[in-house]
Design a protein around this ligand. Structure first.
Ligand code: ADP
Ligand code: NA
Length: 330
């Protein structure tokens, strides 16, 4: 009665998750933890591949973990742990570095994009080998499935290539994981520029709804969301991206069909829709915020949860690494 294994990671690179992370990732993971043996990793070693502030990184690592628990990841059922607590990640990454082609790594588009942003002198070798560390993250747990966004497809392909290559050179060692690209899940757009996806990397935070923001900050952002001049509350992704985004969020958070929301607001103004949406968002996030604060107010208890999870993760990861070392003559 062995459940399939899923692995997924998130960088502790902001103080608060945003609505896109919540809808596009977190709610899926919470649902998946029943049917899978789930590993959710706060990948803090990925976060140091770009300039970072140590005190901030430590705080964000705890805050990220706390938000996941607050949103429903159950630390008793899922292994929610911090990457640097499990040394096998970097140990396996080194091994995988030695079977990765330089050109192969150089073709990763995310590296090309990021290195352009930072310039070649500020771009670390760590950023270059980031996808190899990501492969190690996944392969250590013999993951069957990796739920990721479309932007990670190429990295999962590399992971599969490395697993297959290792298996054929050194003997069957790794499960070759499948990507589960989350296409069906709603994509959430920036409230100020609804043609761009909501992202922590947006230039301005005016269109970004953060899980941990106070209710009045979020309400203001929603009330100021960009709409259109036509005045009708109707879903039309191309013609009315702003209003459609508001309807999508309303629908996902309440579990109601968009048509039923359109009917409820028929003949009323955008202001009413926004007020209603602000309430829905607040109902969703206020318990998550409260629970996050509670968890963060007792860092010893949070550290105890994370350390218990690290023990479980270490056990599985070390067993895989042992097999790898044996296979390679290390
Ligand atoms: P960001 O774009 O803010 O940097 P990440 O790349 O860290 O977000 O994504 C973390 C997770 O959240 C991924 O699974 C991603 O697919 C999901 N996600 C991020 N932004 C959105 C969005 N606007 N709509 C839906 N899902 C999103
Ligand atoms: Na991103």
């Amino acid at each position: 009665n062995h459940k399939p294994v899923i692995f997924s990671g998130m960088q502790p690179s902001s103080d608060s998750l945003h609505l896109g992370n919540y809808i596009g990732a977190l709610t899926q993971w919470v649902q998946m933890q029943d049917s899978f043996d789930a590993y959710f990793c706060v990948v803090n070693q990925h976060a140091i591949t770009v300039p970072q502030d140590p005190a901030e990184l430590a705080a964000r690592t705890r805050r990220t973990a706390a938000q996941y628990i607050a949103a429903g990841i159950d630390p008793a059922r899922s292994t929610l742990f911090v990457q640097s607590h499990v040394p096998a990640h970097t140990q396996l990454a080194w091994v995988l570095n030695t079977i990765t082609g330089f050109g192969e790594a150089g073709r990763m588009t995310q590296f090309k994009d990021k290195s352009l942003r930072y310039g070649s002198d500020a771009t670390s070798v760590g950023l270059f080998t980031y996808p190899v560390l990501m492969a190690a993250d996944i392969l250590l747990y013999q993951a069957d499935v990796v739920p990721v966004g479309e932007d990670q497809r190429q990295h999962i392909e590399l992971t599969r290539d490395l697993a297959t290559r290792f298996n054929s050179r050194f003997g069957e060692t790794f499960v070759v994981p499948e990507a589960q690209i989350q296409k069906g899940t709603a994509k959430i757009y920036d409230l100020q520029s609804p043609e761009a996806k909501m992202s922590k990397s947006a230039e301005s935070e005016a269109g970004l709804i953060k899980v941990l923001d106070p209710a009045n900050v979020t309400r203001k952002k929603i009330m100021r969301a960009v709409t259109d001049a036509d005045g009708e509350i109707r879903y039309d992704h191309e013609g009315k991206p702003g209003v459609s985004n508001l309807l999508t969020i309303y629908s996902v958070l309440t579990g109601r069909m968009i048509e039923s929301i359109e009917r409820e607001f028929e003949g009323r103004g955008y202001g009413d829709l926004k007020k209603g949406l602000a309430e829905v968002v607040e109902e969703t996030f206020s318990p998550i915020r409260a629970r996050t604060e509670e968890l963060l107010s007792d860092p010893a208890e949070l550290d105890r949860l994370l350390s218990g999870a690290a023990d479980r993760a270490n056990e599985v990861a070390t067993a895989t690494l042992d097999r790898v070392y044996d296979a390679m003559g290390l």
